[in-house]
Design a protein around this ligand. Structure first.
Ligand code: MG
Length: 217
């Protein structure tokens, strides 16, 4: 799968996947990370995508894979240098995503000042639900966002806690990267991230947007 599907049947070929780090205050606290003045942005390849109902596979280089549930913005038009006031015109819709993270690999990279590419971009690191049209969501910054592992709630927050809002995210990202229709932006995770192991089942849900289920092996 290298496409994002809408319920009405339309799909976009996914180009790049931009991801924000440190965009919820309580997650910054739990990671004992510093609040940053400019957004933390990293990229996953489109080969990281997994559809709902699929599997996340822990690569042999890690023994500590974490779940991060995130609101995902689907870009619908090409643009560069997009002003925040016009940014929502570039949004086709939203989806539920998981930013699966090899926390042990990431911690080592952080310590040594190396990139997060392996920790964040491995195969199956980006499970993605079907998308909903932008017009179906009246306020993307007022949605409950939840993740369960084997039925137990691990993450439960609201997108109103996002530090940088969607227009600001698009404006910032488009100063650095040309955005293209089908690009995805993962907008950061709330607190409650934690480890999953082989045999676990992850269910993620964002109100008005949908649900996503994957197994871990
Ligand atoms: Mg994340």
């Amino acid at each position: 799968m290298k496409s994002v599907r809408f319920a009405d049947g339309e799909s976009f070929h996914v180009g790049k996947i931009l991801c924000l780090g440190r965009n919820y205050p309580e997650h910054i606290k739990e990671m004992k990370a510093e609040t940053v003045s400019a957004p933390v942005v990293f990229i996953k390849p489109s080969t990281a995508l997994v559809e709902s109902g699929g599997w996340v596979v822990i690569p042999p280089i890690s023994d500590d894979m974490h779940h991060e549930v995130e609101l995902v913005v689907v870009i619908g038009r090409d643009g560069r240098g997009i002003p925040a006031e016009q940014a929502m015109e570039y949004v086709a819709g939203y989806a539920v995503g998981l930013d699966m993270t090899l926390r042990d690999v990431q911690a080592d990279a952080k310590k040594r000042g190396l990139p997060w590419t392996v920790a964040k971009g491995f195969d199956t690191s980006a499970p993605l639900s079907a998308a909903v049209r932008v017009g179906r969501v009246s306020d993307p910054h007022a949605l409950s966002i939840e993740l369960r592992v084997n039925g137990a709630v691990r993450q439960s927050s609201n997108t109103r806690q996002m530090i940088l809002r969607i227009p600001g995210i698009i404006a910032y990202c488009s100063t650095v990267f040309s955005l293209e229709a089908g690009d995805l932006i993962f907008t950061g995770t709330p607190e409650g991230v934690g480890r999953v192991v082989s045999g676990d089942r992850i269910d993620a849900h964002i109100a008005s947007i949908g649900s996503l289920t994957v197994g871990v092996r």
